[in-house]
Write a new protein. Structure first.
Length: 240
């Protein structure tokens, strides 16, 4: 058993991970020297948290997140997000199936599963949930891109650019006849602005939701199936 001592902050994080909810209060202070895993397990058992669940939570505290949340932007707005974490253990077939069920529920999408040796994935368009061998077990990679908003913004930018270029030619040439026929370019420009606006509106809150959903999947993957009751699983993704 490890001789490591845990601080008050680490204690709070361990109990949060063990219960997937931040406790209202830590049972007692770790003091200046901290608390051992055995002491944390004693406290957890008194609070109704299994000792092995406390041990797994403490272990995950030392597992570095390989990548963490990553965001790609377009026009200053998040257009793609990704997350990645070392799980510190191997997922069983049952646990992978349960993770796919949760992903389908979170994203309201059936998606498709595939497997190549020890690599597994669930995908739905640009949305990808990948399980692969990691340094200390399995590694979970998640990534997605808002392809619809991206297409609207790119298409709108292209339409607006064409309208501006075509409109500048007669203006610079001073041709009154050509200037009088710019209505079509004005309509094209307005259409481009409308497409950009619609794409930007579609990104409102999108990245934040995806990051939260990715975190839910990662936290769920870190908890062994035996430690999750049907009631807990239902409460963790909104009772749906």
């Amino acid at each position: 058993m490890t001789n490591r001592r845990y601080t008050d902050e680490e204690m709070s994080e361990i109990f949060r991970r063990a219960t997937e909810a931040t406790p209202q209060s830590v049972p007692q202070s770790a003091g200046a020297t901290g608390m051992s895993l055995a002491e944390l397990q004693e406290i957890g058992v008194e609070a109704g948290i299994p000792a092995d669940q406390i041990a797994l939570a403490a272990q995950s505290l030392d597992q570095p997140v390989a990548l963490g949340p990553v965001t790609q932007r377009m026009l200053g707005l998040a257009i793609a997000v990704a997350d990645e974490a070392e799980l510190g253990r191997q997922l069983t077939d049952q646990e992978w199936d349960q993770l796919v069920v949760l992903a389908r529920d979170l994203f309201s999408a059936r998606g498709r599963q595939s497997q190549d040796g020890s690599f597994r994935q669930w995908t739905n368009g640009n949305l990808q949930v990948l399980l692969e061998p990691g340094a200390t077990g399995h590694r979970l990679r998640l990534r997605t891109m808002n392809g619809y908003a991206r297409s609207l913004i790119l298409g709108g930018t292209g339409a607006l650019g064409i309208a501006m270029v075509v409109a500048l030619v007669p203006l610079l040439a001073g041709s009154q006849e050509m200037i009088a026929n710019l209505d079509g370019m004005a309509i094209l420009g307005l259409a481009g602005l409308a497409m950009i606006g619609r794409g930007v509106f579609g990104l409102s809150g999108w990245a934040k939701r995806r990051k939260e959903q990715f975190r839910q999947l990662i936290e769920r993957a870190r908890v062994p199936a035996a430690a999750v009751t049907p009631r807990d699983a239902d409460e963790r993704h909104g009772g749906r």
